[in-house]
Design a protein around this ligand. Structure first.
Ligand code: PLP
Length: 280
């Protein structure tokens, strides 16, 4: 995400619209560039950005919109893209959890101007360590992302701008390439099994599981830790996921969004961070 934001020219004082109910990286990458995340609340059914509330958050300082495709399904891209087009704003999909899903037949990470995903081991296409990818059809943006990620090089040892080391280690790349041919076959049963869990949880009176929006398929599901006294575990861990990123003191001037806060309280997802952070 940092590479995309730098390539898109996000800088100090810019506003970037996103949602508070996400992993902290969505907001933190903006804060690293001294840009301000401006939060739009979630749709309580899908836990994704509520597109009906997006337009009122756009200001003259808005530089980009980051819908997060949380819990494995794409955000409401038809509505979000239409609004963004009216204001000539780029839409950056945070597809860390949704890589492999689709919306009306189009793949997540190919639904907007540019997108990012994560290959962290717990993600839909998990490597054996940390890595990720950015995607775009825009040749100018692609060139800037390449330069930023190598760090700022226009050609070998010819540095024209600030950048970061955004390379994937060769070993991880080889593992991901090895897993890639089977990826589609892995995604489909994961969605099916996730849906079966959701139906059973709903039958047991737990209504807080994410609803799949019309036209979406799902790549990945993780459930809240606590709901109506029942404990749902992700693998062997009992950690809550995702965490609310609104509460860090550095974003304190952004008010909490009601539906996001309800999701946090209902799911007993702990606010981030548990300890105060210094240096924000
Ligand atoms: C929604 C979301 N965005 C961003 C990230 C960050 O991914 P990475 O740690 O690979 O940069 C995660 C990881 O958990 C995530 O869930």
């Amino acid at each position: 995400m940092l590479i995309v934001l730098m390539a898109a020219g996000v800088q100090a004082g810019d506003e970037v619209i996103t949602k508070p109910f996400s992993f902290v990286a969505t907001s933190e990458t903006n804060a690293l560039l001294s840009a301000m995340p401006v939060y739009v609340d979630i749709d309580p059914a899908t836990y994704n950005l509520d597109s009906a509330k997006l337009e009122q958050a756009i200001s003259e300082r808005t530089k980009a919109i980051i819908p997060v495709s949380l819990y494995g399904q794409p955000a409401d891209f038809p509505a979000i893209n239409a609004i963004a087009d009216r204001y000539c704003l780029p839409v950056i999909e945070d597809g860390a959890q949704s890589f492999g899903s689709a919306q009306h037949g189009r793949r997540s990470c190919g639904l907007s101007t540019v997108s990012t995903t994560s290959f962290f081991p717990s993600k839909p296409l998990g490597g054996y360590g940390d890595s990720g990818a950015c995607f775009t059809d825009d040749p100018g943006l692609a060139g800037r992302m390449r330069r930023v990620s190598r760090p700022g090089q226009a050609r070998r040892y010819f540095h024209t701008e600030h950048g970061v080391n955004g390379r994937i280690d060769t070993l991880h790349a080889a593992i991901l390439l090895g897993k890639w041919p089977n990826f589609a076959q892995e995604v489909e049963p994961r969605g099916r099994i996730g849906a079966a869990y959701s139906h059973k949880l709903q039958a047991a009176g737990i209504t807080t599981t994410p609803q799949l929006a019309v036209g979406n398929t799902i790549a990945y599901r993780s459930q809240c830790r606590w709901s109506n006294g029942l404990r749902c575990r992700r693998g062997s861990k009992s950690e809550a996921f995702p965490q609310l990123s609104t509460t860090p003191p550095c974003f304190a001037n952004n008010q909490l969004c009601a539906a996001s806060m309800t999701a946090v309280v209902r799911g007993a997802i702990r606010p981030w961070p548990r300890r105060p952070v210094s240096g924000c």
